[in-house]
Design a protein around this ligand. Structure first.
Ligand code: NAD
Length: 367
């Protein structure tokens, strides 16, 4: 299998965690005899410093010429004085628009070994396996008009959706639910917002095509509470852009750390893969970043852009094994566990767990 992967490591801990994810992809290529190529390009603060823009044209060209884009994180406090359209984060919104992916998949999987890591009780988080499907190209983040008049002290953002935008992401969510536990929870604020009423009506219409999937609707405010109370009740959770951003970050509480959460954005010209967390300037350059979110993101890349489901599962199992053996970066060193691994050590441990499991599989095939 041949795969051209664009690497946009970005700022802060972005390069640190991306390096570990790339090492895992290289291992999969080597073990499986695949031909993966990696081309690095600039995005975010490093791109502003080098090229004067958060998303240089060369980066766009490299991304569009690839089969998948793996992104680290963007954001650097030294650019906080710039207007939003010039800051590193603008590069992220722009690359999402350029690539055109509208379905942002954010799995929230409670690893058994981290059961005491969450502030929630082990009985609450045990066995949680939620897949958030967040609409990524519409809603408040992109709606026009948008402005802030500092003179009058008034600001406007616009939440706008079309039925087609809801249908296309809705289909992705139904298809995924079909392959999982066949339950879809659509989250909105339909008691107040017309946009949410459009979402609800459209999903109700679409469910006729998926009679095997159970559909429920939840208001976003009570959903925020249910997620912390009864997270096991949820399978696929479908939301518009802003609600999905907030709820999926909240779900970091279940996994124990934001550093554990991967994501994939599908449906556009090229799929985009990025851990959910940001550039974490507070820990950048200290070897403290948890690379597991980025490594699990690499697994999603193999699953959704290469069809290498077995390799994706092997990476997820390797992460589970390393956590089960008690290895912890500082963000997940709670519940009695000590921080005993740097970013690179954690990456190396997953690499060796993966090599061992692949060696075992190969010798089983050989028997
Ligand atoms: P953040 O996700 O960077 O950090 C939030 C907290 O989680 C921090 O305490 C951080 O140390 C910790 N954390 C995050 N990832 C971690 C990891 N892998 N391992 C260990 N700890 C981790 O969010 P923030 O502090 O709100 O934002 C920092 C910068 O990142 C800002 O400039 C923001 O705009 C940007 N940001 C970028 C993205 C992205 O690139 N996708 C997402 C969110 C925020």
């Amino acid at each position: 299998m041949k795969l051209k992967i664009a690497i946009l490591a970005g700022d802060g801990i972005g390069p640190e965690v991306t390096r570990e994810a790339v090492n895992i992809l290289k291992a999969v290529a080597e073990f499986g005899g695949h031909d993966f190529s990696f081309t690095e390009a600039l995005i975010g603060g490093v791109a502003i410093t080098a090229e004067g823009a958060p998303l240089p044209k060369q980066t766009i060209d490299i991304a569009l010429d690839s089969d998948a884009v793996l992104l680290g994180a963007v954001g650097d406090n030294k650019f906080n004085h710039l207007t939003p359209d010039k800051r590193p984060e603008a590069g992220l919104l722009q690359i999402r628009q350029v690539l055109g992916g509208y379905a942002n998949l954010r799995p929230c999987l409670a690893f058994a070994a981290l059961g005491d890591n969450s502030p929630l009780r082990r009985e609450v988080t045990k066995g949680v396996d939620i897949l958030f499907v967040r609409e990524l190209l519409g809603g408040l983040y992109f709606g026009q008009p948008r402005w802030w008049n500092k003179e009058t002290g008034e600001a406007v953002n616009t939440m706008r959706y079309t039925k087609d935008e809801v249908l296309r992401v809705g289909r992705v969510a139904f298809e995924l639910a079909r392959k999982r536990r066949k339950k879809l929870t659509q989250v909105d604020k339909a008691n107040v917002l017309e946009c949410s009423q459009l979402w609800r009506a459209t999903i109700d219409e679409l469910k006729a095509d998926y009679p095997d999937v159970t559909v429920e609707h939840q208001l976003v405010d009570s959903m925020a509470m249910h997620l912390m109370n009864i997270p096991r009740n949820f399978d696929v959770v479908l939301t518009e852009n802003l609600f999905g951003d907030i709820l999926s970050d909240e779900s970091g509480i279940i996994t124990g750390s934001l550093g554990m959460l991967p994501s994939a954005t599908l449906g556009g010209k090229v799929n985009l893969y990025e851990p959910v967390h940001g550039s974490a300037p507070d820990i950048a350059g200290q070897g403290k970043a948890n690379p597991l979110g980025a490594i699990l993101t690499a697994a999603m890349l193999l699953r959704h852009s290469a069809g290498l489901e077995e390799d994706a599962l092997a990476i997820e199992a390797a992460v589970d094994k390393v956590l089960g053996a008690g290895h912890r970066t500082s963000d997940i060193a709670r519940g009695g566990a000590a921080a005993n691994a740097t970013t690179h050590e954690m990456g190396r441990l997953v690499h060796s767990a993966l090599s061992e499991s692949i060696d075992k599989q190969q010798s089983l095939h050989a028997v």
